[in-house]
Design a protein around this ligand. Structure first.
Ligand code: AMP
Length: 142
């Protein structure tokens, strides 16, 4: 397994060096929208502390990520009038990981609507902004 690369895309987002459609943050976690959503409202939950993936993350940071993941999942059910939630998390290239800062995917689902294939559809900035606003509002109302 490789180490943690301080210049991965999500580390740059955390440092404010790259833009993101931010939804939420607390002292240990940060949430933003996936720019290639597999369904509308597809969000990513990451720890602020460096961690490559599930295999090296500190247990306290993992616990914080999971607590935030549950908040986001509950808010996404309301914000996107979802019938269900798919949670995904990939580790190492063989496990499907592409960006090497731990992240959990929360994807709102509708009955009978399949997920778009990964990394195939780049959402518009207008829609990402609107979806981030909706999810943020639902989180603030919780
Ligand atoms: P994976 O490591 O397989 O979970 O995939 C990385 C995910 O990050 C994919 O769903 C990408 O669409 C997403 N992604 C890549 N770059 C960005 C970015 N700059 N902002 C938000 N999401 C991104």
């Amino acid at each position: 397994m490789g180490g943690y690369d301080n210049n991965n895309i999500f580390a740059k987002i955390l440092r404010g060096e790259l833009p993101a459609h931010k939804v939420y943050e607390d002292d240990k976690t940060f949430v933003f929208l996936d720019i290639m959503p597999r369904a509308p409202g597809h969000a990513l939950i990451i720890p602020k502390a460096p961690a490559r993936n599930l295999l090296d993350v500190a247990p306290g940071d993992l616990a914080a990520v999971m607590a935030t993941t549950q908040k986001v999942a509950r808010a996404a059910m309301k914000a996107f009038d979802a019938a269900g939630i798919t949670m995904q998390q990939f580790n190492e290239p063989a496990g499907g990981q592409v960006v090497f800062h731990l992240h959990v995917h929360i994807i709102p689902r509708q009955e009978g609507v399949p997920l778009k294939p990964p990394a195939t559809f780049k959402e518009t900035t207008e829609n990402l902004t609107a979806h981030a606003d909706r999810l943020r509002a639902a989180l603030n109302a919780a």
